[in-house]
Design a binder for this molecule. Sequence first.
Ligand code: 13P
Length: 343
Amino acid sequence: MGTTTLEGTARDLVAPGKGILAADESHATIGRRFEPLGIANNEENRRRYRQMLFTTKGIGEFISGVILFDETIRQAADDARPFVEVLVKEGIVPGIKVDRGTKPLAGSPAEQVTEGLDGLRERLADYKKLGARFAKWRAVIAIGDDGRTPTPLALEANASVLARYAALCQEAEIVPIVEPEVLMDGGHSLERCFEVTEATLHTVFDALWENKVLLEGMLLKPSMVLPGAASARQAPVEAVAQATVRCLRRTVPAAVPGIVFLSGGQSDELATAHLNAMNRLPEPAFWPLSFSFARALQSAPLTTWAGDATRVDDAQRAFRHRAHCNSAARAGAYTAALERSAR
Ligand code: 13P
């Protein structure tokens, strides 16, 4: 089989030293990020905020792709250049979030299933015309403290829609990022997170196979294997790195061209430290281990910007710094000195 565009794009997205910026927050999610800073959640502020990120000079050195939201892929910078054009000029691949969020799962309503398959073929054709070359779909798997969830039904339902989304993307020559997020919420142990992540990924790759998804033309966006945020027993960085890579080795075929982690509510520095530690393990992983962070790349620039036009330069410096640190973590070269260098 020859190399397809899908394979080429997937490989570009995990090029050495680069990772993905997830800037695809829905209106509700970006509203939750803006609210504590007193930024009004309207179309113009969302545009000004994303413009600050996308026009950061030289950011293409560290960022391979940006995931956009439906509104954002249609917006333009102050100089009227569409954001897609701004990114492409910087050597960055534009991507698009295509899921439509989660709803209670009929049959087990305390759990969630992701919606958005209806009309997806047509929406993908539209996004392709707008310049998107890759897409994202997020499924969420919650770990219940009672030990009864996730149920097999939740794993199967989410894996099935993820795989159908991925197949539709590839039909449209768009690289699917397959994102099954095991949430950090709860008091569970690292071992329980390992068990649930292993079952989740196993179910997802089974469904991808059934749906004839080309593994070489997709990327996996998993969560890291961590104790729950409310657990009293937090794990050392090394233990998280070892457990995460061990879990991936058991479940992810070697044909997958790259793994791009989400940050999931970890602090900026901890997410970078975990990625760095994974890339320093004595036994290397099969795949490039990279990032596709939203919060761990955006918290510092968003707080610095806070809606104030006079703070754009400082916010862009903060963004470049986080992107630089995560780029270094891809090679296991993130250090305390690098972290401090921006201060
Ligand atoms: P976080 O890095 O904030 O988890 O977001 C990544 C993402 O794209 C969630 O869908």
